[in-house]
Design a protein around this ligand. Structure first.
Ligand code: SAM
Ligand code: SF4
Length: 331
């Protein structure tokens, strides 16, 4: 029986946050001092995460993304990759990372069964990169991108949050990058998640800006099937491009009607929707495959029709400060 929610949407995708810690402090994701970190004892062990994966895979979850916080700051992550990739039923295993630690781990991750990576990269300017991430180095991110390409973690996708007044002047530079290298850029709309209200209000820009800018430069976007499987991005080619351009609009054109994902937070709560507070701990069900499977079905059964940002476009009724930030839920 397929793993459907109350609306009949088939679910085959689990995003696992392995830590809420991070080596960067991106302005749209974390406050400058960082978030209050969950203690090591309070986060799920790799064996516990694997229990959830095994139970879910039997129900039909076949795609897993490992994320965080920054997944590569968690010790021995390669072990978890090996456990997940060896699980019957798992067909696609990916990771979202800021790439700073990829030069060290890319080869071992590939060897352990990681298929592909998404790398966050919001600017091509080293000074701005430092401002956006507060402590990152663009050079290190690029070394990580090269390590991903060299180790065949294909398709290598770049996640770029579009921010008015910060990187909206770099759209054509990003398109040039996609023409020069086999990289798939996905522009993402800034989401009002966590307690970063003022920043969101100042910098949110809808993604039709990308289409207009590309067309204005004589680089019209032509729709293509998505590299590496289905997802919420609309995907396009540009003339002369080795890679593709994706647009993910969680705000201006939400994709709730085709949502296929569940999330597991580092401390072990299952969430059916990024932008709802509802969540259930898997801890009481650990040790019993049946209990874990019942819990997965229960969480899916109460999945909302659409997220709060879609229900309230201005987000006035959304208590943003009560929501987990992206680094806590797993982006
Ligand atoms: N640390 C890893 C990284 O940055 O790739 C993985 C975790 S990060 C939370 C996952 C993704 O969430 C990143 O691509 C980041 O750009 C995105 N993200 C975080 N906060 C966001 C926000 N407020 N709006 C849109 N995307 C956001
Ligand atoms: Fe860290 Fe990723 Fe959040 Fe940036 S977006 S602060 S790299 S978790």
């Amino acid at each position: 029986m397929p793993l459907n929610d109350g609306q009949g949407r088939k679910h085959d995708y689990l995003r696992i946050s392995v830590t809420d810690r991070c080596n960067l402090r991106c302005v749209y994701c974390m406050v400058e001092d960082g978030i209050e970190q969950t203690s090591h004892e309070a986060i799920l062990s790799y064996e516990e995460i694997h229990q959830v994966v095994r139970a879910g895979a039997e129900l039909g979850l076949s795609k897993i993304r490992v994320t965080g916080g920054e997944p590569l700051v968690r010790k021995n992550l390669v072990e978890l990759i090996q456990l997940i990739s060896g699980t019957p039923g798992i067909e696609d295993l990916s990771m979202t990372t800021n790439a700073h630690l990829l030069p060290r781990y890319a080869a071992a991750l590939k060897e352990a069964g990681l298929n592909r990576v998404n790398i966050s990269l919001d600017t091509l300017n080293p000074v701005k990169y430092r401002q956006v991430t507060r402590c990152g180095e663009l050079k290190q991110a690029f070394e990580g991108i090269e390590a991903a390409l060299e180790n065949n973690l294909h398709p290598v996708k770049l996640n770029t949050v579009l921010m008015k007044g910060i990187n909206d002047d770099e759209v054509l530079d990003f398109l040039d990058l996609v023409r020069e290298k086999p990289l798939h850029i996905r522009f993402i709309e800034y989401m009002p998640i966590g307690s970063h209200d003022q920043n969101y209000d100042d910098h949110y820009l809808p993604l039709n800006f990308i289409e207009k800018t590309a067309a204005g430069a004589g680089l019209p976007l032509s729709p293509v099937p998505l590299p590496g499987g289905a997802g919420p991005a609309e995907s396009y080619t540009i003339p002369g491009g080795q890679g593709t351009v994706g647009l993910i609009h969680p705000i201006s054109k939400h994709f709730c009607s085709s949502c296929n994902r569940l999330r597991l937070t580092a401390e072990g709560t299952l969430k059916a929707c990024l932008y709802w507070q509802d969540e259930k701990s898997v801890r009481p069900a650990l040790g019993s495959k049946k209990a874990l499977q019942d819990l997965i079905r229960e969480v899916l059964g109460s999945k909302p029709v659409e997220h709060l940002m879609a229900a309230d476009k201005e987000c006035d009724s959304v208590q943003r400060d009560k929501m987990r930030g992206m680094s806590q839920t797993g982006g």
